[in-house]
Design a protein around this ligand. Structure first.
Ligand code: ATP
Ligand code: MG
Ligand code: FE
Length: 348
């Protein structure tokens, strides 16, 4: 199964060709054009600018992905495009481009939920069998899910306010680190020691598997205003990173304990942009080991947005016979446990 994937839900225009053979994924190409420079001056993603930039880049990015994979359209089995959730102007660009290509070449179209892409992304770097417990930590989401396969996931817990990536981005902005904040805050934290800074420990020890980052964010904003030196800022960055890691670990522990009671195959996967954070990876790996779970995170390049994860989710859907109608619409909101099949009427 060889699939061209397209991703335009936020500020990356991406295209990729992935081949899926007996459950094993091979990335033949993965091209990502980041719009960071277009948005940096505004301190965040401007939807109108993002959509226009996707229009300008999508054809060229796709051409490059096909060329780097040495692929012709008649070598493809289908075309997968992100259909949501995300900034709808951008989603419409990639989805419409995918529809046009699918129609022109007589190929099946697979509308993919962007979060489903993140959910399968660890399979781009290793052979991973379903089911597994997933912590999805990205710019807009923070959820624990049981993943049984594409279109078959249930949510165990989720943030009641901000996403972890959003907390990284907003606190980084308050520290004057610019956009995107996560990687910048991680770099600064390596220079700091946050052990003397006391930050709120939201929901710690609570029995459910939910998350909350708004109290941490507010406290960090307040402390950021009192920072006088670069060292003060670095210390705060270290404290924030550790507090986020601690909460992700504590909340995941609840889910790991419950999951272990009902599953023989114990695998804990972390995915999404925040999974690129080394402290967070190491903390979660230790937490998984403590509970007797294997641990896996996607290769670094497939943590943040990319089209290889969309192509893979599309290939897995195609292998199950799940294709989409050509009149499928872009969805700005689309919960993952609703991401069922092709004929899902709510998707019209
Ligand atoms: P969603 O997938 O929820 O729609 P998104 O697509 O914008 O949101 P991703 O591309 O998965 O999110 O991830 C981007 C987020 O990951 C940003 O919030 C960014 O700050 C964060 N991030 C990226 N690298 C790191 C890092 N090294 N440490 C911490 N956070 C990081
Ligand atoms: Mg992005
Ligand atoms: Fe994403």
């Amino acid at each position: 199964m060889t699939v061209l994937g397209l991703e335009t839900s936020c500020d990356e225009t991406a295209a990729s060709v992935v081949r899926l053979t007996e459950g094993r994924a091979e990335v033949l190409s993965s091209v990502v054009h980041s719009q960071i420079d277009d948005h940096a001056a505004y301190g965040g993603v401007v939807p109108e600018i993002a959509a226009r930039s996707h229009v300008e880049m999508i054809a060229e990015v796709t051409r490059r992905a096909m060329a780097e994979a040495d692929m012709a359209y008649d070598g493809l089995d289908g075309i997968a495009a992100t259909a949501g959730p995300g900034l709808v102007g951008g989603v419409m660009v990639g989805l419409s481009f995918g529809k046009a290509a699918a129609l022109a070449r007589g190929l099946p179209l697979v509308a993919v939920n962007h979060l489903e892409g993140h959910a399968v992304s660890a399979r781009l770097g290793a052979e991973v069998a379903y089911p597994f417990l997933l912590l999805l930590v990205s710019g807009g989401h923070c959820q624990l899910l049981e993943v049984r396969g594409v279109g078959d996931m249930s949510r165990i817990g989720a943030t009641i306010d901000d996403a972890a990536g959003e907390a990284f981005d907003k606190i980084a902005k308050a520290l004057g680190l610019g956009y995107p904040g996560g990687p910048a805050l991680e770099r600064l934290a390596t220079q700091g020691d946050g052990s003397k800074i006391d930050l709120p420990r939201a929901l710690l020890g609570r029995k459910d598997c939910d998350f909350s980052f708004s109290g941490l964010k507010t406290a960090a904003f307040r402390i950021a205003q009192t920072c006088q030196t670069e060292q003060d800022k670095a210390d705060l960055a270290d404290a924030v990173q550790n507090a986020i890691a601690r909460q992700l670990s504590d909340r995941s522990e609840r889910a790991l304990a419950a999951y272990a009671e009902t599953h023989e195959h114990r695998l804990f996967v972390v995915a999404g942009g925040v999974a690129a954070n080394k402290t967070i990876r190491a903390t979660l790996q230790a937490t998984a080991a403590k509970h007797g779970f294997d641990f896996l995170a996607p290769p670094m390049a497939y943590c943040t947005d990319n089209a290889a994860m969309i192509a893979l989710a599309g290939a897995e859907r195609l292998a199950l016979g799940l294709t989409s109608d050509i009149d499928v619409v872009a969805r700005p909101r689309w919960p993952l446990d609703e991401a069922r099949a092709l004929s899902d009427p709510s998707h019209k």
